[in-house]
Every structure is written in structure tokens, then in C-alpha cells.
Design a protein around this ligand. Structure first.
Ligand SMILES: Cc1cc2nc3c(=O)[nH]c(=O)nc-3n(C[C@H](O)[C@H](O)[C@H](O)COP(=O)(O)OP(=O)(O)OC[C@H]3O[C@@H](n4cnc5c(N)ncnc54)[C@H](O)[C@@H]3O)c2cc1C
Length: 311
């Protein structure tokens, strides 16, 4: 355990027994975050807790807050860069009840925020519901996708969302319907400190299963030809500035293939930084800062992170 963790570790030792009393809660101590992110980068966190139901979530959050232990929700870890010194707190994953998939009626499904998008799309297709095929290849959870309004191929998950059950800043569970939700490019008004998306209702439309699988096939081929899926990454590193594509700006600078240690600007897609094996977060951040500075110097456009950095 790193030295930063000494004070936090002492706190943990004082309350560990209380966490261990929570029946069915899976606890992994000092998880290497590189094992839980698609970038395969990141030092240790204090603990990783797999919460299976509402009771777990409430008890865990109450214990963390009572003891001033920072906590965060981890989805699939596909949009984060965890620092080399790790995350100074507890990481919670939504499992069990939070991965349920339910068909509500002829056009709507209710999905637990911890479910993988791929599973959710498969479920909808099996129920002859169409409209979400573009999300099949986004390697995150439903909660993570709704939080940042994930999108591709001209679609965004926010356009499908009818209602969201969340745990708000005051710790209350409430449904928010369309009129209270606000989605725009990689943004939702659900992104606030210590809030948790719990369940999501999507509105789709009837569509033959074969047609949906055909669309998934087309989107998957497009993704495979455009993105370096053979290497660990966190997807697009920078947001597209208004009126521009970040990938094009970086490519125009001649940065494709640029390397810092084992972190490389993908030769296939300039807005992806890939981990060639053993890359560190500081190498990725170094490359990001270099790109940001040079693009700003040459074009006067400041690139903002799409990837979220956890320290
Ligand atoms: C190869 C590759 C391709 C990608 N392609 C796309 C793409 O086409 N379009 C796109 O938009 N993105 C893409 N991404 C990025 C990423 O998959 C999405 O941003 C995804 O929505 C992140 O979901 P996650 O579950 O992995 O979230 P994480 O990365 O685990 O977390 C991201 C943020 O969401 C928060 N969070 C997660 N779950 C919850 C919850 N239930 N409640 C509250 N907060 C939560 C986390 O605390 C964190 O702040 C790609 C990534 C990769 C690696």
C-alpha cells in the first residue's frame, strides 16, 4: 500500500469489521485499478466493493460518509484514466439487482445501471425492440453511458431515455422523467458529486430481430475499421470542440503514432491513446498535455478531456 494511503488505511482498519458484517458484500482490498479499466492502467484504490442491492448501497455509502472515506462509482472503467498512485478511496461497482433487465411493455425496457450496454442491447433485440443498436460496441455500463450521454454513429443514449431512477446529492432515491433530464454532447445533468444512477427506462420501437442484428453488424464493422480495438484504451481522449473533430485536429498536427513510453497516439485513430503494454498514467497524461499545448499553439483551439482522470 502506497504511503498516501496510511491515514486512509487507518480509517479503514477502524471500520473494516462493519463493512464485513454486510451480508453478501464482496470486498477486494487494495485492488489494482489497472485490472478494472479498459486502459489497463492505474494504481491501487483502498477497496473495491461489489454492491448487490439497495441495502448494500445505502449501508456502504453511510459508512463511507460517517467515516469521511471518499467513494466513487465505477462502471466498466472504459472512460477513465486512474493515476499511477491510484484512487484514494473506495470504489463501488453496481452488481446483482443493479444489473436486472425488464421489459415493461411493447416499447419500453427498464435496465439496471450496472448492466453492460452490450447485454442491454442484446436484451432489447431479443425482445424485438429496435433503436439502440448503435450502442452495442460502446464498452461501458448503462449507468456510465447515461451519465455522459454516450453516443456514436449519429445516435446518443439520451435520446432513448424516458426516466432515470437515481440517488441524488441528498441521498434520496427519486425518478427523474424526461422533462427534468437534460442531455447534450457528452453531458447530462445527472453528473454531480456523489450521485448514483440506479435504473434507466429506455423507449424503443418494435423491430424485427434480424434487422437489428444486421445494424449491429454494420456498426461493428465500422467501429473495427476506424478504432484501434486491438489495444487497451479509454476511447476518445478529447471532446470534439464545437465545429471540429478532435481526431482531425490531432492528425493534421502529424501526431499519429507519437509515443511517450508505452503510451501512443493511435496510428489508426488520432483521438485514441493506446496502451502498448505497461503504459503508465503519467505517460498518457504527458502525451495529452503535449497534444493540448501544440494544438492550441498551432490552431488556437483548446482541447478538453473526454476521459475522466481519477487521482
Ligand atoms: C474502445 C472504446 C470505444 C468507445 N467508444 C465510445 C463511443 O463510441 N461513444 C461514447 O460515447 N463513448 C465511447 N467510449 C467511452 C466509454 O465506453 C463511454 O464513455 C461509457 O459510457 C463509459 O461507461 P463506463 O460504465 O465504462 O463508465 P466508467 O468509465 O466506469 O465511469 C465513467 C464515469 O461515470 C461514472 N459512473 C459510472 N456508472 C455510474 C452510475 N451508475 N451512477 C453514477 N455515475 C456512474 C463514474 O463514476 C465516472 O465518473 C469508448 C471507450 C472505449 C474503450
Amino acid at each position: 500500500m502506497e504511503s498516501w494511503c496510511n491515514a486512509l488505511w487507518k480509517k479503514w482498519e477502524r471500520v473494516e469489521a462493519r463493512f464485513r458484517q454486510i451480508r453478501g458484500l464482496r470486498i477486494t482490498l487494495c485492488p489494482e485499478m489497472k485490472c478494472f479499466t479498459t486502459f489497463r492502467i492505474g494504481g491501487q484504490a483502498l477497496a473495491l466493493l461489489d454492491v448487490q442491492n439497495d441495502e448494500h448501497l445505502e449501508e456502504v455509502v453511510a459508512l463511507c460518509e460517517e467515516n469521511q472515506i471518499p467513494w466513487r462509482i465505477l462502471g466498466r472503467g472504459s472512460n477513465i484514466l486512474v493515476s499511477d498512485s491510484g484512487f484514494k478511496g473506495i470504489v463501488l461497482r453496481l452488481r446483482g439487482d443493479f444489473t436486472d433487465l425488464k421489459r415493461l411493455d411493447e416499447s419500453r425496457v427498464e435496465i439496471g445501471a450496472g448492466a453492460l450496454l452490450k447485454k442491454a442491447v442484446e436484451f432489447c433485440i431479443q425482445h424485438e425492440l429496435g433503436g439502440c443498436e448503435f450502442l452495442f460496441g460502446v464498452p461501458g455500463t448503462v449507468g456510465g453511458a447515461v451519465l455522459v450521454n454516450a453516443g456514436c454513429f449519429g445516435g446518443e443514449i439520451g435520446n432513448l431515455v424516458e426516466r432515470v431512477l437515481w440517488r441524488n446529492e441528498e441521498g434520496q432515491k427519486e425518478w427523474k422523467d424526461q422533462s427534468e433530464l437534460c442531455f447534450s454532447y457528452r453531458y447530462s445533468n445527472l453528473k454531480r458529486k456523489n450521485t448514483v444512477i440506479l435504473r434507466v427506462v429506455l423507449k424503443l420501437f418494435p423491430q424485427a430481430t434480424e434487422r437489428s442484428w444486421e445494424m449491429v453488424g454494420t456498426f461493428s464493422s465500422l467501429r473495427k475499421s476506424a478504432q484501434p480495438l486491438e489495444w487497451p484504451s479509454a476511447g476518445s481522449i478529447f471532446r470534439n470542440p464545437p465545429g471540429y473533430y478532435a481526431a482531425r485536429l490531432i492528425e493534421e498536427m502529424g501526431f499519429k503514432g507519437l509515443r511517450l513510453g508505452q503510451a501512443q497516439v493511435s496510428p489508426k485513430h488520432a483521438n485514441f491513446i493506446v496502451n502498448l503494454g505497461g503504459a503508465t498514467a503519467s505517460q498518457v497524461e504527458g502525451l495529452m498535455e503535449w497534444i493540448r499545448r501544440e494544438v492550441y499553439r498551432a490552431k488556437g483551439i483548446l482541447l478538453e478531456n473526454e476521459v475522466e482522470v481519477w487521482k
